[in-house]
Ligand binder design. Structure first.
Ligand code: BV8
Length: 244
């Protein structure tokens, strides 16, 4: 099976990877729906919403502060590293991620579409200005805008919020033109990201899913490589090198 995927990869021009929190699992970052994904018995869906933030911005910021304290200590794993390598190896390799942890960039990926934003950016709730913020821990919770003093929010997409349309249409355009799409470490539940692989399938692209368990997408893909993203991608790249 790996040989067939390699053969397809070798003959492809445009290659897309869509990643979810499963690619950061081997770096020690809890996934969203995994068993250790809870914080103070809250589920992500309860905190990552505009309603939760307007009700209790301090609580929501304490959750993001906790995640930032974890993420800042974590390093990219082989999954992130191979994907960064493939961006250099294949002229038309593009990475679309649902993750906000910034580990793809830390591994060296430059062409990254962050569909759900980035935990290291904050946005002024009054004027919409976006800032980088790497304070760990945050100096004040909730943090306030350095320019106007209004509440800052994480520059991420919450449940019930629309994604950045330009990012989404860029991702759809790339996906409808690709010959092969890897869907890695995502439960394929959260919309609209979960619909993206179907755009590739509809255009006749080869879709390869890499996950430690099956998902609602698995029955539709061309190849399902069961296992850890870091291990499988490392294997794929090793075989690729032995042929290239
Ligand atoms: C939208 C940023 C239009 C924040 C995230 C009711 C009201 C409003 C909306 C909805 C609704 N019902 C449904 C919706 C749509 C909703 C949605 O899809 N809900 C789901 C729960 C059904 N979507 C939205 O709201 C989106 N916006 O639709 O706007 C709209 C507007 C108004 C009203 C209606 C509609 C916005 C969605 C974005 C939410 N923000 N993150 C933050 O991070 O704090 S989503 C969050 O989930 C993360 O980004 C995460 O990446 C993403 C997806 O989860 P996964 O990445 O797949 O992670 P998960 O834990 O689920 O799975 C991990 C996978 O990895 C597993 O399969 C596991 O087996 C695998 N794995 C684990 N270890 C490994 C591994 N695989 C390989 N190797 C390993 N080692």
């Amino acid at each position: 099976m790996l040989e067939e995927v390699i053969a397809k990869l070798k003959e492809s021009k445009k290659i897309i990877a869509l990643t979810g929190s499963g690619v950061s699992a081997e770096s020690g970052i809890p996934t969203f729906r995994g068993k250790n994904g809870l914080w103070k018995n809250f589920r992500a869906e309860e905190l990552a919403t505009p309603q939760a933030f307007s009700r209790n911005p301090k609580l929501v910021w304490e959750w993001y502060n906790w995640r930032r304290e974890i993420i800042i200590l974590k390093q990219p794993n082989p999954a992130h590293k191979v994907l960064a390598l493939w961006e250099r190896k294949f002229p038309e390799f593009y990475l679309v991620t649902q993750n906000i942890d910034g580990l793809h960039q830390k591994a060296g990926s430059k062409r990254v579409i962050e569909l759900h934003g980035n935990i290291w950016q904050v946005k002024c709730t009054k004027e919409g200005k976006i800032f980088d913020n790497f304070e760990v821990p945050l100096k004040e919770i909730p943090p306030l805008c350095p320019l106007c003093g209004a509440l800052l929010r994480p520059n991420v997409v919450w449940f019930g919020e629309s994604l950045d349309q330009s990012k989404l249409s860029q991702a759809v355009e790339l996906i409808t033109e690709c010959e092969i799409m890897f869907v890695i470490g995502t439960s394929a539940i959260v919309q609209p990201a979960a619909s993206l692989p179907y755009f590739a399938l509809r255009e006749g692209a080869t879709v390869v899913e890499i996950n430690i368990e099956t998902t609602p997408l698995t029955s539709q893909v061309n190849y399902f490589l069961k296992g850890k993203a870091g291990e499988i991608l490392f294997e794929l790249d090793k075989k690729l090198n032995s042929i290239f």
